[in-house]
Design a protein around this ligand. Structure first.
Ligand code: NAP
Length: 359
């Protein structure tokens, strides 16, 4: 992504993946005809083997205030089991931004997917909180670089805050790795406003360019303070779980079927409508995860168009959303994964009206 990112920066809402091999002038021409190409966006998603992805309708947004653009839809890889091919198809369709983490066990498959094309893909990974002491941090990054098969990580994120390790130590290690060229940009994930401010102070000379946070049409917790803070301070919000981990959880909270109504009116799918809702926010990009090429390409089609203000207002008023409080957050954090699975299964046995209350 390094070279193309620079030329994309001059065209903030243009076709990120087209930068792969089109010249700047050809890219401008492509941008002008993009609206006419909406219907064939998926049909054009094939030429990955040629190393090109032209005329995708994927739009780009600036990462923080870096002047570098990334696609507004990236590929999430937590619990990803689809192999390298679906990811390559997503890259070819314009989603040349992949999110992984040392804890996901998917860095190697991401490395496989970007082999030979890594210069054209923006790679984001994460260090786990137990590795925030400086020597562990460096070892984690070295392991991620080996797994990914790259010399640089485009965006390195702290996966969760870890109050047990001084943030100055962690950010010092991060800053050294930027100096050494092993990391290009610094980001965080699941950080509150206060945690973000402390991390930025500790990082000093480099900016924190992104905060990865849960955000979707039924979980709007971040709208209270961290989303506006990021917007005001030029920090990109990378929205995780934009489909709430399972689209049915979202449709459960849509008793009057407004998502299906808007999908019919726009000619898009419900998943595309829901993802588009997230990226309608100025500084938000989304990273849905899908195992199949079909879902990945469908999700890429959530870019290249916009819900109208009226449609957004309808979704806001008719979908039952929630703002999680600190107790919710703590309960989720403390609940062991095995218990979480049981809770999800139990929830799915409830009638729809009750499922909505515990989504
Ligand atoms: N920083 C963090 O703490 C954190 C936490 C959670 C997630 N994340 C990141 O965010 C990414 C996405 O979040 P997520 O994995 O939690 O959930 P998500 O993207 O909201 O939902 C994933 C689920 O939606 C399904 N799906 C995908 N596309 C679909 C479509 N077009 N139609 C219907 N269903 C579709 C997937 O099924 P199939 O796979 O079968 O297609 C999968 O079951 C993760 O992969 C990870 O990279 C970060």
């Amino acid at each position: 992504m390094r070279h193309c990112a620079k030329s994309c920066a001059a065209l903030p809402t243009t076709v990120a993946s087209a930068c792969f091999s089109l010249t700047h002038r050809a890219l401008k021409a492509a941008t002008n005809i993009v609206p006419r190409l909406r219907r064939i966006e998926i049909a054009l998603a094939g030429p990955a083997q040629l190393g090109i992805s032209f005329l995708s309708t994927m739009r780009a947004k600036q990462l923080g205030r870096t002047g570098v653009s990334i696609p507004e839809i990236g590929l999430g890889t937590w619990n990803y089991h689809g192999g390298a091919n679906p990811l390559r198809k997503g890259i070819a369709a314009g989603a040349n931004f992949i999110d992984t983490a040392e804890s996901y066990g998917t860095e190697a498959v991401v490395g496989e997917a970007i082999r030979g094309i890594s210069e054209r893909v923006f790679i984001a990974t994460k260090v786990s909180p137990q590795n925030f002491h400086s020597s562990d941090f460096r070892k984690s990054v070295e392991a991620s670089l080996r797994n990914l098969g790259t010399e640089t990580i485009d965006l390195l994120q702290l996966h969760h805050p870890n109050p047990a390790i001084p943030i100055e130590e962690t950010m010092g290690a991060m800053s050294d790795l930027v100096d050494q060229g092993k990391i290009k940009f610094c980001g965080v994930s699941n950080f509150s406003v206060a945690q973000l401010q402390a991390a930025q102070k500790a990082l000093g000379k480099y900016p924190i360019v992104s905060n990865q946070l849960r955000y979707n049409v039924i979980d709007r917790t971040i709208e209270k303070d961290i989303l506006p803070y990021c917007e005001a301070n030029g920090i990109t919000v990378i929205a995780y779980s934009p489909l709430s981990k399972d689209l049915s959880r979202i449709t459960d909270c849509d008793p009057t079927g407004v998502i299906a109504e808007i999908a019919r009116a726009t000619g898009k799918t419900p998943a595309q409508v829901v993802i588009n809702w997230c990226i309608c926010q100025q500084n938000v990009v989304a990273i849905p995860k899908a195992n199949s090429a079909a879902h990945i390409l469908e999700n890429c089609g959530a870019s290249g168009w916009r819900l109208s203000n009226d449609q957004i207002a309808l979704m806001n008023s008719r979908i039952q959303s929630r703002h999680r409080n600190k107790f919710d957050a703590l309960a989720r954090k403390l609940m062991p994964p095995s218990l979480q699975k049981i809770a999800v299964r139990a929830r799915n046995l409830l009638p729809r009206r009750l499922r909505r209350l515990v989504s």
